[in-house]
Design a protein around this ligand. Structure first.
Ligand code: SF4
Length: 120
């Protein structure tokens, strides 16, 4: 299964104000590009670890995990140890920067990070 998770700095940060996060998720649901979607307000907080622990309990079922939010390098630093602890293969994780983007720009950035790229 492939999943797309949006993380939005509590939804109050100006970096996520130009986009409609629900429209982004609906786009990927409509296109059938992923098998599940979710939004989390703050994955880098303590309860974000609980989210990963719950989601990745059966991490072997997950083929790719796209996380759209802040800088992918930052994401890797923040989530890497949890993935390791849970035995989740970090190669399945793809972080995508969408800060300060509009809805369309964020959709494009996420599509570009997907194996088949942007649909023409
Ligand atoms: S993980 Fe990144 S996008 Fe999510 S709340 Fe933390 S800083 Fe913001």
């Amino acid at each position: 299964m492939k999943g797309l998770i949006l993380c939005v700095c509590q939804g109050t940060c100006p970096s996520f104000q130009k986009m409609n996060v629900f429209e982004i998720l609906n786009h990927f649901r409509r296109e059938g590009k992923v098998d599940f979607v979710a939004i989390h307000p703050q994955l880098c907080a303590t309860d974000g670890d609980n989210f990963w622990k719950t989601l990745l309990k059966n991490g072997e079922d997950i083929e790719k995990l796209f996380v759209a939010g802040c800088d992918p390098v930052m994401q890797k630093k923040m989530f890497g140890w949890t993935f390791k602890e849970l035995g989740f293969d970090e190669k399945k994780f793809i972080g995508i920067e969408i800060r300060n983007m509009t809805t369309d720009e964020a959709i494009k950035a996420i599509e570009e990070a997907m194996p088949n790229g942007v649909k023409e």
